[in-house]
Design a protein around this ligand. Structure first.
Ligand code: NDP
Length: 514
């Protein structure tokens, strides 16, 4: 049975006063299909005095509601003993609502030994279970218990600590679909984002979203507007091709903005999803590789970011020569039943530089840093015929990289870049956050260098670039590389190469709002 309805977005509102709750409901009603009213968030006095007011108010607002009165052990805002919970539902007189009742209470109401019958309609009841620690070991048994109650809809929300934890959630949705049950299954946390975006397309009754990014009521919730505008949530179905990003952390990434904008502009039924992955090998094996994955889904490719660019290489069937020489893969293509690895950082690095400098043959280039992006830069500079040298605070790593590419490695401390045509910052120094005020080289060190190229793109204006301008040099920021490497990935996945402008605008938009 395919989900017959259009995918639904439910916004959860959690406020301490009736007045604030009414304001939040009014705001949410414009941007979602259902509103979950978290009555456990109300101050006890407000709840006691305000029940009648809320009932009237809900009847005056068009739309469907889910009423929730959650104890803290299931993610609620306060301690609620069974008596309080039971009497809450006994007094509830809300009419245009679904009722979310936790499994333990639903079982009590359903028990033949209990005299208290559920005072609300089972046909409007969601039987729920929440686990904020991880994936419960007896997930299928929990499902069985829920399915044994007369509740119409089953709901399981668990905490994902790794994107691999989305797998049991997708399996539950599959089971419910096969058994003709209505089900909400969510993996909470950043690692569970895929279930929030894809759940309804795989049979889920709804997905939860927040009104604003800051007002999320559960970890990992995405704002409703972002679900619609970035992920085109309402267009996702079982045929939608899936691309994604694997990394840890991933929330800072601009890639979902760039790739989803490009997929939309190309008119493709496809979506790009962030996967917060800790165990790269298990993720590739159980969720991605067509020969071993435990999920039937149209997964076609991945971007790979830190810290997995090296680790993923072991799980691939074929790696392109440039990626092998660089020693890192940042793009995976699902090619029939195999995984192919590429590195588009090299192309991403060199094309913007060539656009500024023209011919690089014989150019003197200094690469600061000895990590993955330095390796990609050295590879492309060698291909372009430039003469490069590495400068690093980690001399041993620099020597290793220097030997691999046959270039000199020097200590960064007290380095002087006079006479260099290009000085590349391939370190995180200057990145938004705790490194933002750092620079790998000062104006004094950069005097006499022609162009400073910062691979850091967030912020777009870094201290390294300011120091270079103070020294009288030209500058190039990392945004052009970011967009170019993404464009090359898009080309590998879709064969299309024309979405650069759309990607640039999406990246710039996201970076300017952060
Ligand atoms: P890695 O972690 O692989 O390497 C970082 C290198 O920088 C290491 O050699 C590290 O040395 C050195 N380093 C770290 N901090 C400093 C510092 N304060 N001063 C001097 N050296 C330092 O990272 P990547 O190579 O993958 O990425 C580096 C930067 O490039 C990141 O900011 C990343 O965002 C950016 N990047 C941008 C891309 C784009 O498209 N614009 C694409 C890829 C990367 P040590 O071992 O001593 O820590």
């Amino acid at each position: 049975m395919d989900s017959p309805q259009k995918p639904r977005i439910c916004i959860s509102v959690c406020e301490p006063t009736v007045a604030a709750l009414q304001r939040a409901i009014t705001a949410a009603a414009h941007v979602c299909d259902l509103i979950e009213v978290r009555l456990d968030c109300l101050d006890p006095a407000e709840l006691k005095a305000g029940t009648g007011l809320i009932t009237k108010f809900l009847q005056s607002v068009s739309g469907e509601f889910i009423l929730t009165f959650r104890p803290s052990r299931e993610g609620g805002q306060r301690e609620l003993d069974d008596e309080k919970r039971q009497s809450f539902w006994s007094d509830a007189i809300f009419s245009n609502s679904l009722f979310d009742v936790e499994l333990d209470l639903a079982e009590k109401f359903n028990s033949s030994e209990t005299s208290t019958a559920l005072p609300i309609d089972w046909r409007r009841t969601i039987c729920s279970h929440h686990d904020f620690r991880g994936v419960p070991s007896k997930l299928d048994q929990i499902y069985d218990h829920m399915a044994a109650t007369p509740a119409r809809i089953l709901k399981i929300a668990l905490m994902a600590n790794d994107a691999i934890d989305c797998l049991p959630v997708f399996k539950l949705l599959e089971r419910a679909r096969e058994e003709g049950r209505e089900m909400i299954a969510i993996a909470m946390g950043t690692a569970g984002i895929a279930t929030r975006i894809l759940g309804p397309s795989r049979g889920g009754y709804l997905t939860y979203a927040s009104l604003e990014t800051e007002s999320a009521t559960a970890p990992g919730q995405i704002a409703a507007q972002e679900l619609r505008e970035v992920y085109r949530f309402e267009t996702i179905d079982r045929q939608t091709t899936i691309f994604g990003l694997m990394g840890f952390p991933i929330l800072h990434s601009v890639s979902p903005d760039m790739h989803n904008a490009a997929l939309a502009a190309a008119g493709t039924n496809a979506v790009y999803i962030p996967f917060e992955v800790q165990d790269a090998s298990a993720f590739l094996k159980r969720m991605i590789h067509p020969r071993t994955r435990e999920l039937v889904w149209p997964m076609r490719g991945l971007s790979v970011t830190a810290p997995h660019k090296f680790a993923v290489m072991d799980g691939l069937d074929w790696i392109d020569s440039a990626a092998r020489q660089i020693g890192a893969v940042n793009t995976i293509v699902v090619q029939h039943d195999a995984l192919h690895g590429y590195n588009t950082d090299a192309a991403g690095f060199i094309y913007p530089l060539l656009a500024v400098c023209g011919d690089l043959r014989g150019a003197r280039c200094a690469v600061i840093g000895a990590g993955g992006s330095a390796s990609a830069a050295l590879y492309s500079l060698r291909e372009a015929g430039a003469a490069a040298a590495i400068f690093s605070r980690n001399v041993r790593e620099a020597e290793k990289l220097g030997q691999r590419f046959g270039v000199a490695s020097l200590a960064l401390e007290d380095a002087c870049f006079e006479g260099f045509d290009v000085v590349v910052n391939a370190t995180p120094a200057g990145t938004l956050g705790r490194f933002v005020n750092e620079t790998p080289a000062t104006a004094f060190q950069l005097r006499g260098a022609r162009l400073a190229y910062d691979l850091v793109y967030n912020p777009t204006e870094t201290r390294f670039l300011r120091e270079a301008r103070e020294a009288g040099g030209e500058t190039l920021g990392g945004l052009a590389m970011l967009v170019t490497q993404a464009k090359e990935q898009f080309k590998l996945w879709t064969g299309e190469a024309s979405q650069e402008k759309v990607m640039y605008e999406a990246a710039a938009r996201r970076l300017s709002v952060r």
